[in-house]
Design a protein around this ligand. Structure first.
Ligand code: NAD
Length: 261
């Protein structure tokens, strides 16, 4: 189906140079958004933007001054940011809390929680003044369920709550804020963990009702929906796009998700 929901409006995707962010950027560009890729990895952002019809404006979401400068540049040169996808995040290998150095805890909190807030603040303040805009924060199914990811999972629960708090704050100013929570997606960091033998792909898919991983573009379609007029009455929610992992995970207590019949 031909779609032009973006109508040439500017959508900024943080962490857009890889994995889920790159897929979101590609889906939005394909639906008529003028898509800007932000990433701390400037070289990769520039390399991936052109082929999907996007532009690169690299910056570090943890750095408030760099974020403000990037927004000023984008709004001056390209146009008002009407959609922000606050997606940049660090994935953590599973482990024991007593083995997690506090410096690593702080690094993950800085990007996954503080960095999301800094981007939302830069975008949402401008959107609220203009009376329109949409923000989607990338959460995770670990926002709902426990995982041995003692920095990562709490940051994801926090940003999902942040989406609801900001939705309540900016709703009357025409800004909708939602979260999208991926299940397991074989992006470079997860694939690397599988390749190192740290994650068993069968266990990742067994718990999902649909019995498979999520494709990166499927997260992009969830984001596109939340930004679209079809979701005009939806704000403050957390949309799982997880191949039914949340629905199926608890069935391990009953011997697992049943096979097709
Ligand atoms: P990825 O590593 O492929 O992509 C993350 C991108 O964020 C990278 O390009 C990286 O350079 C960028 N980034 C990191 N720190 C940054 C910073 N300070 N400023 C700007 N950019 C920065 O990982 P991914 O799997 O695509 O993860 C993307 C998001 O999806 C993350 O928020 C992650 O927590 C979330 N997520 C992933 C999965 C999964 O299964 N892969 C599941 C649930 C949620």
């Amino acid at each position: 189906m031909e779609r032009n929901e973006g109508r040439g409006r500017v959508a900024l995707v943080t962490g857009g140079a890889s994995g889920i962010g790159l897929a979101i950027a590609g889906v939005l560009a394909g639906r008529g958004w003028r898509t800007v890729i932000a990433d701390v990895d400037a070289e990769r952002a520039r390399a991936v933007a052109g082929p999907i019809g996007a532009e690169a404006v690299p910056f570090d979401v943890v750095d408030e001054a760099a974020t403000e400068a990037a927004f000023a540049e984008i709004e001056g040169r390209i146009g008002p940011v009407e959609a922000l996808i606050a997606n940049a995040g660090l994935i953590q290998p599973g482990g024991l809390p007593e083995d997690l150095p506090m410096a690593e805890f702080d690094r993950i909190v800085a990007v996954n929680l503080r960095g999301v807030y800094v981007s939302c603040l830069a975008a949402g303040t401008r959107m609220a003044k203009r009376g329109r805009g949409g923000i989607v924060i990338t959460g995770s199914v670990t926002a709902w369920r426990t995982a041995p990811l003692h920095a990562y999972a709490p940051t994801k629960a926090a940003v999902v709550h942040m989406a609801a708090c900001l939705a309540a704050e900016w709703g009357r100013s025409g800004v909708r804020v939602n979260a999208v929570s991926p299940g397991y997606v074989a992006t470079p960091p997860l694939q690397a963990a599988i390749d190192r033998g740290q994650r068993d792909p069968r266990l990742l898919t067994d718990a999902a009702a649909l019995g498979r991983l999520v494709a990166p573009d499927e997260i992009g379609h969830g984001v596109a929906f939340l930004l679209s007029d079809d979701a005009a009455a939806i704000t403050g929610i957390n949309l799982p796009v997880d191949a039914g992992w949340l629905a199926g995970a608890h069935l391990t207590t009953y011997g697992g998700v049943r096979p097709a019949r």
